[in-house]
Design a protein. Sequence first.
Lengths: 274, 274
Amino acid sequence: ARSLTRDSIPRLQDHAPGQRQVLFAACELGVFDLLAEAPEPLGAAAVAARLGTSSHGTELLLDTCVSLKLLQVETKTGKALYQNTELSSTYLVRASPKCQGNMLRYLARTTYLCWGHLTQAVRDGRNQYLEAFGVPSDQLFSAIYRSEDERLQFMRGLQDVWSVSGRPVLGAFDLSPFPLICDVGGCSGALAKECTSLYPACRVAVFDTPEVVQTAEKHFSFPEAARISFCAGGLRRCSMHGVWPKSFLGSAKPEEVSRGHPGLRTPDLSICGH
Amino acid sequence: ARSLTRDSIPRLQDHAPGQRQVLFAACELGVFDLLAEAPEPLGAAAVAARLGTSSHGTELLLDTCVSLKLLQVETKTGKALYQNTELSSTYLVRASPKCQGNMLRYLARTTYLCWGHLTQAVRDGRNQYLEAFGVPSDQLFSAIYRSEDERLQFMRGLQDVWSVSGRPVLGAFDLSPFPLICDVGGCSGALAKECTSLYPACRVAVFDTPEVVQTAEKHFSFPEAARISFCAGGLRRCSMHGVWPKSFLGSAKPEEVSRGHPGLRTPDLSICGH
């Protein structure tokens, strides 16, 4: 074991959950929003006072954010003053169009708890929504969408993801030959928006469950509304074993999607948003 | 924001708790022990059968371990066969003297849950043992040592840490001029063992609470027993604000430690094991 030194140990300790929780906590407490709005860098005491958090805890949090390159610090007359980095300004400030705050909140509140049950998940061969949240999870998306609040939180999270990844994904292949595209399991319509923006000639039909469509229409705005339509479907959605869109695509043909919705002709292309 | 591309996003997603949980789960299920004992590399189905785990879940777990360099895989006649890497053989197999399994279990079961409450901890400025485990935590070590099982688990974890880090720490300075060393808050005596091994002429007095000393004497063996003695003390241990050994060292002088224990003369050096 000559090549293996104590330096290998940190590899085991990489990816500490604590580091990610620091990012989550700073987002949730509004650290990045406060620093974005402040006209100048702030000290830890000022941040704590405005957020109503513990002064010692805030100082530790800010310094850890610095070490994670989420904040930068400068010292003026002996006082540490914090401000956002380019990374946090772009992805962690609520006012930024690329803010990932909703997705991070989802990861912190839901995904983090599920990961805590991984050992049992490997034993059982099934997800642990029952153990983590008390909801049966034979139908994964029923568990994820277990309440209006949870549904909205998840949809906002996906909105964040597509705000950054939608354009590169949709631009990977030239989709301009397809004038009518169906996004199966299209959720909040975030990918549809990116699609109409990238391909000015196309129309997109977003197909999802009635509850999701209702939430999308209620909470999300669609400046391109004329080119994006929602289809609330129930197509075999109750037999959602495994990941929904996969089995959905496996069991549904584009013709079936349009058959249940006479107003919609067979799409030229069906994509799966997840 | 020209310098900031989509490649920056992964930085936000580094340190995914999931990656660490994969390590925890594989340890807890005994994957590395099984592969260490097997005479040859095993397929996922064989691992699942012997561990009594889900075959699909096991396959996913093993492949993720490969991506984290905790396992290596070779394909023979179309079948993937897994074996330990040097890293996992050294630090994750129970039979290895450097195995970190107890510490990892502690991190997975206790620390992981505490990190889940970080936002509230920054609001309150206090640890979250009450929220995570229902135990009051004004005295941190009372919370950590909340039951015999928890105490034992924590002590075994520290044992793991010192089995790797004890020698470099104790060897950083030459302690050979000190024939009697007192390890204040010396827990299981793991550091004392490393000390007597590194400095053959020294004796070590391990000072800790009566409960810890009792657990140490019951569950841990001391081949060098003649040179390691335990002192069960109550010295101001009830005023444990913050991290115990720090305040302990702050309030106690070595003379006081020995005063309460007439058999022990003033140590030549007091160290803090945590």
